[in-house]
Structures are given as structure tokens and as C-alpha cells.
Write a protein that binds this ligand. Sequence first.
Ligand code: AP5
Ligand code: MG
Ligand code: ZN
Length: 226
Amino acid sequence: MGNEERAKPKFIVLLGAPGAGKGTQAAYLEERLGIPHISSGDLFRENLRNETELGRLARAYMDRGELVPDEVTIAMVKERLAQPDCAGGAILDGFPRTIAQAQALEAILAEKGQRVGIVPYIKVSDEVLLARLAGRWTCRQCEAIYHELFSPPKVAGRCDVCGGELYQRADDTPETQRRRIEVYFQQTTPLIEYYRRQGLLVEIDGEQSVEQVRADLLAAIQQADC
Ligand code: AP5
Ligand code: MG
Ligand code: ZN
């Protein structure tokens, strides 16, 4: 097979409010496209679990529903993107979340001659976001995502994938959920226009079933041929 036939690296940025379904869809896309799912939130939670210095720093912000400062967030994602499994691309979930992060991502990829290929924006109304966050359960071991009504596990409290214990995230209290959504509107929605201007944004109706959202995402990614 010639070089030109080899798959191009795919860097996909999933945009969407807290509870829009970024993590849910990224898990499917990772399996389907064979490129890693990189969630900045999961990376911070891993640091929390391992009680690293970064984890301690991030906790204060996460518990309040605020953004962790750009500098540390960018450094963490940069290190992750430098891993060999990202050579063929990655699905970025929850990063970038500010214009400064988006510019940093461009610079990180440009150093390797790469670029963002598509930015699917998973659009969901506020009422639906809150209902989704309120019923979410996450696996402590593998971060698989469930919902007590919309996608319940086969056995209550246990992960279908790995048998791990399901828990509710510390930042899923009603007060912190509302704050996260506010912070999203203040600091992250400017990215919608930012990527629209670059011709990379594709809007996806996130209020459909998980399966339909997945189908629309795959179609958009295939069409973009990024
Ligand atoms: P992060 O972990 O990224 O949280 P978030 O952005 O608030 O998003 P969520 O993970 O809550 O939602 P999601 O879109 O992944 O939805 P999910 O698939 O779970 O960030 C946490 C914190 O870390 C931040 O607040 C910040 O402090 C810090 N942080 C992270 N990144 C940062 C950055 N770049 N810069 C600075 N700070 C950063 O779905 C939600 C629920 O809905 C689930 O129960 C699921 O089962 C259900 N569901 C999903 N899709 C559907 C559907 N189609 N129909 C019905 N139910 C559905
Ligand atoms: Mg998530
Ligand atoms: Zn699990």
C-alpha cells in the first residue's frame, strides 16, 4: 500500500456542554475508528485517584465546577498527545475549552505537521443536560458511562464492561452541575464560532438516541474525510 493510501491522522474535537454525551460518544468512536479517546476530565480524575500534585490542584477547581487553569491543562494534554498511540489521531473530549486552549492545540499539532480535522458540536438543551447529569453513573475502574434511566447497566451498581463499581461523580451535585453549565456558556461557547469560521464545525442533534447521535457523528466524520 502506497503512502497516499494510508489513513490520514484524524484529530476530532468533540464540543458540547456538560452532559451533552461527549464521553458516551467518544467511547464508541474510539472503538470504531481505532484512535484513542482523550478526555481532559478523565485525565484529571486519574490524577485525583493517584493523588498526584496535579490532581490536588485540579480538585479545587473541579469541585466548584470551574475550569482548571489553561497552563496546567494544556501541559497535561500536550504530554498525552505526545504518546505514540496518538500518531494516527485522537478523539478529544472536553479539550479545548477556551480559545487559548484551542490555539495551543493548533500549535501542538502543527509541530507534528498535523491539524484538527473536524469539530462535531453535540447540541443539547439545558433541561436535557440537567436530566442527563442527574442520572449519570460512571465506572470507577474504566470510566464507562451509564444513566439510571437512559442507559442502565445490566446489574445495578456494576459496570457491564469490567464489573467495576459504579459511582456518581463528585461534581454531579445540582449546584456544581449548574455552575459547570454556566462556565461552559461563558468560556467554551466562543469556540463554536471559532471553529465555524475555520469551516470545521458540524452541528449534531444531541437530543436523539445514543445510537442516532453515533450514526450522525460517524457520517459527519466520514464526509469530512479528515
Ligand atoms: P469533564 O469530565 O469534561 O466534564 P463535562 O465537560 O462537564 O462533561 P461531562 O463529562 O459531564 O459530560 P459528557 O458530555 O461527557 O456527557 P456523558 O457522555 O457523560 O470535566 C470535568 C471538570 O474537569 C471540569 O468541570 C473542569 O473543572 C475540569 N476540566 C476538564 N477539562 C478541562 C479543560 N479543558 N480545561 C479546564 N478544565 C477542565 O453523558 C451524560 C449522561 O447522559 C450519561 O449518564 C449518559 O449515559 C447520558 N447520555 C449520553 N448521551 C445520551 C443520549 N443521546 N440520550 C440519553 N442519554 C444520554
Ligand atoms: Mg465526559
Ligand atoms: Zn468498567
